[in-house]
Write a protein that binds this ligand. Structure first.
Ligand SMILES: Cc1ncc(COP(=O)(O)O)c(C=O)c1O
Length: 363
């Protein structure tokens, strides 16, 4: 369906100089630099979504009593635009991000932004800031951050009657600038990320706020990332702070923890399930216990562990560490991890045929 949003475009009269953009795109890092424009739309119960516009990128002026600052009624998405060899620009399954934002909105009592309006908003921003999409040939991209927040000026716990939706964009470097390197994972035994009936499946700031102290603990323990267990029994593997998990078993089957409301339904995760099917692997979605992981790696029953998400695509997990022990050799990237990583990147960067119809042409 076509978007019915009317988007007013005001281009910047002071865009970043071409040489500076080139300098930024040569080494963009992650989340550090932002493009010349941003997308904004407002919602009220009476008017629905309105005042959709692209304006020069600028700070917001926020009243101190703006609801989101107090009650965290906020959701977001994360996705990328990729440049192909022929210069064209594409996004990966944007309607899946849109659909997840609809689910997050329902959980956070925010208004639903129709899928076609979400896609139109992202397309519009990428088109106006096209020169910020890094060149093809590496693993750089333009990271896109759609988000929605309670913008009513009101102190009180109830759904906001004024909501703002925005999209901003930030060039991103290759996650592994010096080649793929396995990460180490710290097992969080004090903190959990989400409980039954909670917000675990929603992409909302609160989940990330609650994960920070566990991530800090991981760093103190010399690890790169943290893994969370279920909050009810502390037995089942859920996900990392910002990635889903996969286990490759010695009989060739690939395991991933099932999503049952407490795990973010990663778009990379679900794409890998389909991709693995095509590559001839059997994928099982079911509860995976932490003992199965520990004992599996120790005995060789689990030969590879990898994490996945938009930012890093597929990341090998080298070591799992917990209070009193660790497993994994810390160094090897297994063949299945490598195969899945390249298969996905080849589709995203247009180097392989997109037999799934996942890519969406923007420009
Ligand atoms: C908590 C969490 N889990 C999983 C993912 C992976 O999701 P996706 O593949 O859609 O990027 C993310 C990344 O956005 C995340 O923040």
């Amino acid at each position: 369906m076509e978007s019915s949003l009317h988007i007013e475009v005001t281009t910047s009269s002071a865009p970043v100089a071409e040489e500076r953009v080139a300098e930024i795109l040569a080494a963009p890092g992650f989340g550090l630099h932002f493009t010349d424009h941003m997308f904004v739309a407002e919602w009220t119960p009476a008017q629905g979504w309105h005042d959709a516009r692209i304006t020069p990128y600028a700070p917001l002026s926020i009243d101190p009593a703006t609801a989101v600052l107090h009650y965290a009624q906020e959701i977001f998405e994360g996705m990328k635009a990729y440049r192909h060899e022929d210069g064209s620009v594409w996004t990966f399954r944007p309607e899946e991000n849109a659909a997840r934002m609809v689910r997050s909105a329902r959980r956070l009592a925010l208004p639903v932004l129709p899928v076609e309006d979400f896609v139109a908003s992202v397309d519009a921003l990428v088109r106006v800031d096209e020169r910020w999409v890094p060149e093809a040939g590496g693993e750089k991209s333009l990271y896109l951050r759609p988000f929605m927040f309670a913008s009513e000026v009101f102190l009180g716990v109830r759904p906001s009657q004024h909501v703002t939706y925005m999209v901003i964009a930030s060039p991103a470097g290759a996650y592994f600038a010096k080649g793929v390197k396995p990460v180490s994972i710290w097992l969080s035994e004090h903190y959990t990320r989400a409980g039954r009936g909670g917000m675990g499946a929603a992409k909302t700031g609160g989940n990330y706020a609650s994960s920070l102290v566990a991530q800090q603990e991981a760093i103190e323990e010399g690890c790169d990332q943290v893994v969370f267990l279920d909050s009810a029994e502390g037995r089942y593997v859920e996900e990392l702070g910002g990635m889903n998990l996969y286990f490759v078993q010695d009989d060739g089957t690939i395991l991933t923890p099932e999503t049952s409301g407490t795990i973010l339904e990663g778009i990379t995760r679900s794409s890998i399930i389909e991709l693995c099917g095509k590559l001839g692997h059997v994928v099982e979605e079911r509860p995976v216990t932490i003992d199965e992981w520990r004992e599996g790696v120790a005995s060789g029953r689990i030969g590879e562990v990898f994490a996945c998400g938009t930012a890093a695509v597929v990341t090998p997990v080298g070591t799992l560490k917990w209070s009193g022990g660790e497993v994994g050799d810390g160094e090897t990237t297994g063949p299945v991890t490598r195969q899945v990583r390249s298969a996905l990147l080849d589709i995203q960067y247009g180097r392989a045929e997109d037999t799934f119809g996942w890519m969406h042409r923007v420009d």
